[in-house]
Design a protein around this ligand. Structure first.
Ligand SMILES: [Zn+2]
Length: 441
């Protein structure tokens, strides 16, 4: 029997606790229906646990060491400029609005995403399948699209069915504009309309269906407050897929499902500028920080070393752990103590030093991949609980929620599978599971 078609639902920023509350309560009937028919576990995200990094990891089945998307904001060494994918509107403006929009819409996929990382759309379409992507920021595929805006003429390359915030649309669906009222949920309303259209026509073998509103609400209201604002909207966007198939049972007859989040969220009370403690190194470094992770890049000719920067950050309350590479090893430093590690022959890790420095979920693998990214800074910073870094526009979410660090709350995600014969323990396991599901290896 051929494999069922597969729907991947990504709910941005939904913590396992939020998912578990949702399926136990009465306010999310679609999530509860799917949970009752599936296998649920908690999985881990990547580091930094920030959406562009996470969605690229989901769509390529690899960490940042392979796909090369390092953060929401990073220093492009060759072009000697900041790349900003949208930490905030003010950050986009500070980095240059036209450049930032080009980076976010085009360059992330065409230039920054590693050429030799294979997206799930590329892999499955090479095997003769039809893939679809709705709003997911990692979309690279083989079909050329011109934007719906007549004054923008640059093409993007996506899967055969491609819908991206009303800007690229492979088909005329009649969906309302995605960007008319972000806080009011217009992005997910757009996704739901497109999803309904796709399921009604059964117009794909694999669908990546990305919902961003939960994260947006969680940043503003905290990981617990997001339920009130966005849970019912998210659930309605999922229900619209089920309804389009003729109800939940009919949906599951036709489709296998993977439902995940890309990262968690934790409450933040305080905001810091990572540039401030590093001021003595001005002129030698570039700091890029946003949400709960930072990066420090050494400029050519810098006398400072990553080790010196790490030592300098000892005692900085916003910093929980710094990470760097030295002599072929990864070095994690926390409160003056260090842990060194590298992959062991066979499997596992060869370590020396205090292992409790990296007591975070799946920490060594995530850190190793982050440090292997050629676009990453020489020093990576994972924020302490409760702290957030201001972006280059001076914005932060103190009083609300954020994510990006190695801590469990930012890193652990809900994973629900229905009809997929794979144990997905990390978000990087999803694409390999999809490829195996279709026997498209
Ligand atoms: Zn977020």
């Amino acid at each position: 029997m051929p494999a069922k078609k597969l729907v991947l639902i990504v709910v941005d920023g939904m913590t396992p606790a939020a998912f578990e509350r949702a399926v136990e309560g009465a306010r999310a009937p679609a999530l509860a229906f799917l949970a009752a028919h599936g296998v649920y576990r908690r999985g881990t995200s990547v580091f930094p646990s920030l959406t562009p990094v996470c969605l690229s990891s989901i769509a390529t089945g690899s960490g940042p060491g392979v796909h090369h998307i390092p953060h929401l904001v990073w220093w492009h060494r060759r072009e000697r400029r900041i790349v900003e994918y949208g930490s905030s509107f003010a950050a986009l403006r500070a980095a240059g609005m036209t450049q930032s929009i080009t980076d976010t819409i085009y360059n992330m996929n065409r230039r920054h995403l590693a050429a030799d990382a294979v997206t799930v759309y590329e892999a499955l379409e090479d095997a003769g399948l039809v893939t679809a992507a709705v709003n997911i920021t990692c979309y690279r595929g083989g079909t050329r699209y011109l934007p719906t805006l007549p004054w923008v003429t640059k093409p993007a390359y996506g899967p055969k069915r491609f819908f991206f915030y009303s800007l690229f649309e492979s088909d005329e669906t009649g969906a309302p504009l995605a960007v008319r009222d972000r806080a009011g949920g217009s992005t997910d309303t757009y996704a739901a309309a497109v999803g309904r259209w796709l399921v009604t026509r059964d117009g794909f073998d694999f669908l990546a269906y990305y919902l961003s509103d939960f994260d947006y609400a969680s940043h503003a209201h905290g990981p617990e407050g997001a339920d009130e604002i966005a849970l019912e909207r998210i659930d309605a966007a999922i229900q619209s897929l089920l309804d389009a198939a003729g109800g939940g049972d009919a949906f599951l007859e036709r489709y296998a499902v993977v439902l995940v989040s890309d990262h968690g969220q934790t409450t933040v009370e305080q905001a810091a500028r990572l540039e401030t403690p590093l001021a003595p190194f001005e002129g030698e470094i570039v700091v890029t920080a946003s949400n709960r992770a930072g990066q420090v890049y050494l400029l050519p000719g810098a006398r400072a070393t990553a080790a010196a920067l790490a030592e300098h950050l000892d005692g900085e309350p916003s910093v929980e752990v710094t990470l760097r590479r030295e002599d072929g090893e990864a070095v994690a430093r926390r409160e003056g103590e260090e842990l060194r590690f590298h992959p062991a022959d066979g499997s596992g890790w060869q370590t020396s030093g205090d292992a409790s420095i990296l007591d975070h979920p799946d920490a060594m693998g995530r850190v190793w991949s982050a440090l292997a990214n050629p676009n990453a800074g020489e020093l990576l910073v994972s924020a302490a609980e409760g702290w957030e870094y201001m972006d280059i526009g001076g914005r932060h979410h103190a009083g609300g929620g954020s994510h990006g660090s190695l801590v469990a709350g930012d890193s652990v995600v809900p994973v629900l599978t229905i009809g997929v014969d794979a144990e997905i323990e990390r978000i990087t396991d999803i694409t390999p599971a999809a490829i195996a599901h279709f026997d498209a290896v």
